[in-house]
Design a protein around this ligand. Structure first.
Ligand SMILES: [Zn+2]
Length: 132
């Protein structure tokens, strides 16, 4: 059960590389955490398990980046947003495949896993959101 060994951000991104969006679920109280933590922040239990999430949700807020950090300069301008997933968890990410003027709060987005995005461990995720 290699997937249950370490509840770390690094492991989270290893799942992302495999095309899986994973959260950590506390088996004591049922709290689901994203990003993962080694101890439940609700009941402090360390009895945890990985739980795969449905990779879609609704756009909660967004902004368009014109002046990007070095790693993302080739992408600018681009949109970033926070998406509220179906499970109620929130995940930030770049939004692609949509014109800026068509972005709106509440729009349905899904995650696309993309090895072409800049990936400088441990900071840059290899996924983006796109309209469904
Ligand atoms: Zn708990």
């Amino acid at each position: 059960m290699a997937e249950t060994t370490s509840f770390t951000i690094e492991q989270f991104y290893k799942f992302i590389e495999k095309g899986k969006l994973m959260s950590v679920r506390c088996t004591e109280c049922g709290k689901v955490m994203l990003p993962p933590k080694p101890i439940c922040d609700e009941c402090l239990s360390d009895k945890l398990e990985w739980k795969q999430l449905a990779p879609r949700g609704k756009l909660e807020t967004y902004t368009v980046i014109h002046v990007a950090p070095t790693q993302f300069q080739s992408l600018a301008p681009y949109a970033v947003g926070i998406v509220k997933l179906q499970d109620g968890l929130k995940l930030p990410g770049i939004i692609k495949n949509v014109a800026f003027e068509d972005l709106h709060i509440g729009m349905e987005l899904e995650i696309e896993f993309d090895a072409s995005l800049p990936s400088k461990w441990p900071i840059w995720p290899r996924y983006y959101f796109k309209p469904i």
